[in-house]
Write a protein that binds this ligand. Structure first.
Ligand SMILES: Nc1ncnc2c1ncn2[C@@H]1O[C@H](COP(=O)(O)OP(=O)(O)OP(=O)(O)O)[C@@H](O)[C@H]1O
Length: 255
C-alpha cells in the first residue's frame, strides 16, 4: 500500500529547474515535490538527467534557472559553506558506491562523521556500529572494499550515507548489476530506513520490479521534465503508450 502523502509536508521542492551541460539542455523547467518520509522512485530513459537532478539536490550541480528548497531552505545563491547544513540532511549512495579502496569498511563508514568534525572516538565507533547493523555488515567491518561483493559494497555505501542520520537519502541505481535476491535485500533496507527512522528516499532506478515493490510514488523523467508522477498502481494502469512502452521495455527498433 502506498504511504498516504496528503497530510505530509514537502521535504524537497524543485521549481522550474533548467540545466545545460555543454550543448545539451538536460533539465527543461522541471518541477517536483518530495514529501517527508516517502519513497519516491525516479525512472526514465537513459541519459535523460536523473543523476543530474540528484546532484542538484545536494548542491553538487547548480541550476541555470529555477529554485530548489530542501527542508525549508532555498538553495539558490547559497555559497559552498552555506550548503553544509543542507548536505547534513541528505545522504547519497552514488552509482558505484564510491568507496575509498584504501580504507576498510568501518573507516569508509566513519568518513562522513570525521569530515563533519566529530572527534569523539567512542561516539564514532557507536554510530558506525549502528549503521553497519542496519545493513547487516557488522561482521565485515575490517574488510577492504576489494574483498567485498558488489551487493556488499552497495550496502557499505548505504551505511556511509545514513551514518550522519540524514532525513533523506538519495540512491543512484542501488540495485544495478545485482542478482534479484541481493536486489531484494537492498530494497528491504531502503524500506527499513523509512519505517524505522522516517527517512525520505529518492531512488533512481531502471529496476521496475523494485519500483512496484517499494515505491510510494513514481516520477518518470523524460525530455527534461517530470512526464508522469503518481503511485505504482497509477503507473501500471496508465493508458499512455509512452509509459507502457517504458514499463515493458519496448524500444520499437526492429531486428
Ligand atoms: N559532467 C558532465 N559532463 C558532460 N555531460 C554530462 C555530465 N554529467 C552528465 N552529463 C550528460 O547529461 C545527460 C544526463 O546524464 P545523467 O547521468 O543524469 O542521465 P541518467 O538519466 O541518470 O542516465 P542513466 O539512466 O543512463 O544513468 C547525459 O547526456 C550525460 O552525458
Amino acid at each position: 500500500m502506498p504511504t498516504p502523502i496528503t497530510n505530509k509536508s514537502p521535504f524537497i521542492e524543485v521549481r522550474g529547474l533548467h540545466k545545460k551541460i555543454g550543448w545539451q539542455h538536460i533539465l527543461r523547467g522541471l518541477d517536483l515535490t518530495v514529501y517527508q518520509g516517502e519513497t519516491l522512485m525516479l525512472i526514465g530513459p537513459s541519459g535523460e538527467g536523473k543523476s543530474v537532478l540528484l546532484k542538484h539536490l545536494i548542491g553538487l550541480l547548480r541550476p541555470d534557472e529555477g529554485d530548489i528548497t530542501v527542508a525549508g531552505t532555498c538553495m539558490t545563491g547559497l555559497r559552498e559553506r552555506q550548503l553544509a547544513p543542507i548536505r547534513k540532511e541528505i545522504g547519497i549512495l552514488f552509482q558505484n558506491a564510491a568507496l575509498f579502496d584504501s580504507m576498510n569498511v568501518a573507516q569508509n563508514v566513519a568518513f562522513p562523521l570525521i569530515e563533519g568534525g566529530l572527534r569523539d572516538k567512542n561516539e564514532i565507533n557507536q554510530r558506525v556500529h549502528e549503521a553497519l547493523e542496519v545493513v547487516e555488515l557488522e561482521k565485515h567491518k575490517d574488510k577492504l572494499p576489494v574483498n567485498l561483493s558488489g551487493g556488499m559494497r552497495k550496502r557499505v555505501g548505504i551505511a556511509r550515507a545514513i551514518v550522519p542520520k540524514p532525513h533523506c537519502v538519495l540512491y543512484d541505481e542501488p540495485t544495478s548489476g545485482l542478482d534479484p535476491i541481493v536486489s531484494d535485500v537492498i530494497d528491504q533496507m531502503i524500506k527499513r530506513l523509512q519505517k524505522r527512522y522516517g527517512v525520505t528516499s529518492i531512488v533512481v532506478t531502471h529496476d521496475m520490479k523494485s519500483v512496484f515493490k517499494i515505491a510510494d510514488r513514481v516520477a518518470l523523467l523524460k525530455q527534461g521534465v517530470i512526464y508522469f508522477l503518481g503511485t505504482p498502481d497509477e503507473l501500471r494502469n496508465s493508458s499512455d503508450p509512452v509509459i507502457q512502452d517504458f514499463i515493458d521495455g519496448r524500444s520499437h527498433i526492429t531486428c
